[in-house]
Write a protein that binds this ligand. Structure first.
Ligand SMILES: Nc1ncnc2c1ncn2[C@@H]1O[C@H](COP(=O)(O)OP(=O)(O)O)[C@@H](O)[C@H]1O
Ligand SMILES: [Mg+2]
Length: 393
């Protein structure tokens, strides 16, 4: 069946409507949903997906797929040199595959991981103003039809609108981050200014003077922690942080980290136990040290006086290296659990009594995911909390 002129005009009109809608959506997740829904509708296909290049590994990663739930696409990476999407990305050209089973470049791991059977596909590069950032794919043309030249132009137009909208949404997210940073820096800076004003006063009693010096010290420490966390997170978010992967001895790293936090634990009378055999892990040791240190300091900071912390490291049932950091703290209420890895998020009950930036867990998540792993939390109120992460071997 050939498309009539009227059908074509309708499709382009629909693209115009959609692109207006895309340009007014700055919320990244909602934007991605709209794009794949538009591809499914306009190209009359079973499913659509967007893959973006992961700047830290160079691989393409699923950002969204219309037929999968977000957690199912997480972590699915596709190598550039051994996949159809990789070909489209590196050549910057559209491509139709009429029968993927006959194409040696079809990367079967994706179908087997997602239980979706791809029969045919059309993919086009996804570009911003300056470069190719990923690939948009339309999967399985409906009604037994084949992808034609018209489909290629439709998807190309749609992808160019989508690329610009994605770039805008990302820039918006960044400007949001800058605003939050400035906001977070104001409080310690105001405290520093107030302290210096006080210290200039000759009539300030000696005891008060000592107190102000203490405050100065504390707020300066907080500023240093904030700025270094900001920098780490900004690097990780932009994908500029490089993971230097090597094999290392996990038990050794855990022992080093426990030694570093033991003065802090002693201050609260907290005992730390280690349960770990000879486990060889692979990854960026200094970045993973940062993850372990943050989980350990959290397990101490949010623990009760005289509490316990248990760190275990082992190879789990699916052959991944797993680390659990368990504490006997007050626990986290179920309604707060989904927010734990969001930047700047701190549970209100402790935010005023315990020092912190609310960035530690967001940093941990980025580092673990950049290794192709995942991190999660389980908690029982009044019993304690366990943070766990896995790393692929
Ligand atoms: N082990 C834990 N037990 C209870 N609450 C925790 C634990 N770890 C983290 N939290 C909560 O999560 C928040 C975010 O942690 P994090 O990102 O490390 O930031 P920070 O420690 O700087 O506040 C903390 O403020 C605290 O409310
Ligand atoms: Mg922390």
């Amino acid at each position: 069946m050939t498309t009539t002129l009227e059908q074509r005009l309708n499709a382009y009109r629909r693209i115009l409507d959609i692109s207006k809608q895309l340009n007014s959506t700055l919320e990244y997740g909602a934007l991605l949903q709209q794009i794949v829904a538009a591809v499914v509708e306009i190209l009359n296909v079973e499913a659509a997906s967007i893959m973006l290049q992961d700047p830290s590994t160079g691989e393409l990663r699923f950002e969204i797929a219309s037929n999968l739930k977000p957690h199912e696409t997480e972590r699915i990476a596709v190598p550039l040199d051994r996949s159809i999407a990789g070909w489209i990305f590196t050549h910057g050209e559209p491509r139709v595959i009429e029968d993927v089973t006959k194409d040696p470049k079809h990367y079967r791991q994706v179908d087997s991981a997602t239980q979706f059977v791809t029969r045919n596909l059309l993919g086009v590069p996804l570009r911003t103003h300056t470069k190719v950032i990923g690939v948009v794919q339309a999967l399985n043309k409906q009604d037994g039809e084949k992808f034609n030249g018209e489909d290629i132009s439709l998807l190309t137009v749609l992808a160019s609108q989508a690329g610009v909208a994605i770039e805008n949404a990302r820039l918006f997210q960044q400007s949001d981050f800058v605003a939050e940073i400035v906001h977070e820096l104001r409080t310690p800076l105001a405290a520093l200014r107030a302290s210096t004003v006080l210290l200039r006063r000759p009539d300030l009693p000696e005891a008060k003077r000592a107190e102000v010096y203490g405050l100065l010290e504390e707020e300066t420490e907080r500023l240093i922690a904030l700025t270094s966390d900001f920098l780490d997170l900004a690097r990780l978010e932009s994908g500029r942080a490089e993971m230097d992967r090597r094999a290392f001895d996990l038990a050794g790293l855990v022992r080093d980290c426990v030694t570093l936090v033991s003065p802090q634990a002693a201050g609260k009378d907290i005992e730390i136990f280690i349960e770990i055999g000879e486990v060889e892990a692979s990854g960026d040791k200094s970045k993973l040290k940062q993850v372990l240190l943050n989980l350990l300091t959290n397990a101490i900071k949010y623990n009760r006086h005289g509490g316990q912390v248990l760190v275990s490291g082992y190879i789990n049932e699916v052959g991944m290296v797993q680390v659990d950091v368990r504490d006997t703290g007050h626990g986290i209420r179920p309604e707060n659990l989904p927010n734990m890895f969001r930047k700047f998020y701190r549970v209100a009950d402790t935010a005023n009594t315990v020092q912190g930036t609310g960035l530690g867990l967001a940093i941990c998540k980025h580092i673990i995911e950049a290794h192709g792993g995942s991190i999660w939390v389980e908690s029982v109120v009044d019993e304690g909390t366990t943070f766990s992460f896995v790393l692929p071997f």
